[in-house]
Design a protein around this ligand. Structure first.
Ligand SMILES: [Zn+2]
Length: 95
């Protein structure tokens, strides 16, 4: 019973951390509850999507991740660009 409460709290902790980083609360809650401690650590070290450098698709104008080789919206093959758009997290901090 004590273990169950512990796992639940670990799940909530991992879920909150995952949510802050722009991921799903539920997915990280499950990971944290199944792997107490480990799940929370994984959530803490999980690389946030918001920290990725972005760029704009030249064909449809959609903002995609810098490392994407193909536009998710229109399917255009993307060259590795010389300039990227700053990560969302950096843009948010300046506001
Ligand atoms: Zn596109």
């Amino acid at each position: 019973m004590i273990y169950l409460a512990f796992a639940l709290w670990m799940g909530i902790g991992a879920g909150v951390v995952g949510r802050i980083k722009g991921s799903s609360f539920f997915i990280w809650f499950v990971i944290g509850a199944v792997l107490p401690g480990l799940g929370l650590l994984a959530a803490a070290f999980y690389r946030s999507d918001r920290d990725e450098v972005r760029r704009q698709c030249p064909t449809c104008g959609r903002i995609v991740k810098l490392h994407d080789a193909m536009c998710m919206s229109c399917g255009t093959d993307l060259e590795f660009p010389e300039v990227g758009i700053e990560p969302e997290s950096a843009a948010l901090q300046r506001r």
